[in-house]
Design a protein around this ligand. Sequence first.
Ligand SMILES: [Zn+2]
Length: 305
Amino acid sequence: MENIKHLEEEIWQLDLKVDNEMEFIAPYLIKVGGEYIIVDVGPKCGIPELERQLSFLGVTKDNLKYVFLTHIHLDHSGGLGTLLKNFPNTMVLVHRRGKPHLIDPDKVLWKSSIDTLGWVAEMYEKPDPVMEENIIAINEKSFEINVNGSDFIWYETPGHASHHFSFMMLKNKIMFCGDSVGMYIPSLNEALVPTTPHPYRIDSGIESINLMIKQNPEKLAFAHHAIRPNAEGLLRKHIDQLKAWQICVKDCINKGIVEEEEIAIELSGVDIESARLFKESKNFGGLRKALVGSITGFIHLVNQE
Ligand SMILES: [Zn+2]
């Protein structure tokens, strides 16, 4: 079936083609011992397509054991309540601070998403609530779970979001890093770009990347959107990229350049990979909007220094 990529022996990527955009929202499906785990389900508007692909792959309410959530931003968790109506036995692992927002998304999650994302939030659609009995809240900074003989170690990796988790599948040393190491866009000549929305915390972001380097992952599984080898090289490269952005955005503000689109022009001069996405407006609308949001995160960061 189109839009399903078989990436590794037991890992698929399900491109939901949200807003007609490929390489944007693409949850991972992991098979362990005859049962399945979905990593980040995507927004509500993608659920009909997700269910179509799951049914094609033989994933049912009886064998979808877990949803692993890296964090609760709408493009990762917004469709969860809708999905679980048809998968009532599936358990969700999420940071303890994410849990109340899944149960009552109207109160904070939806309103703050409208504020930060504007039309993109409307396109994602308003999330349905998740039942409390489906949620396992993670209280520790590090957490280990064995699923049918396969070990997954979770690491709290704040920066992109204060409640962000990454986890490593030990068997193949793949680090599922959510949004904590930027976004990776294969069809833009393998561009790695920051995903640092306000309120981004660069110190904890870099600390989180260093924590991941210490675990010696072999591959990185970016939520947006690919699994790539040379994990350590990519992690170190992203730290340098974040530092270069910080310097460039600081210079811009000192020179009186304060609008995101103007700063994007300056950033394009120091970061050729981000420049590729800044130049795109037609085929990568959602990703480009996220990259402009990353500049907003850095503007706030620099202004708070
Ligand atoms: Zn996010």
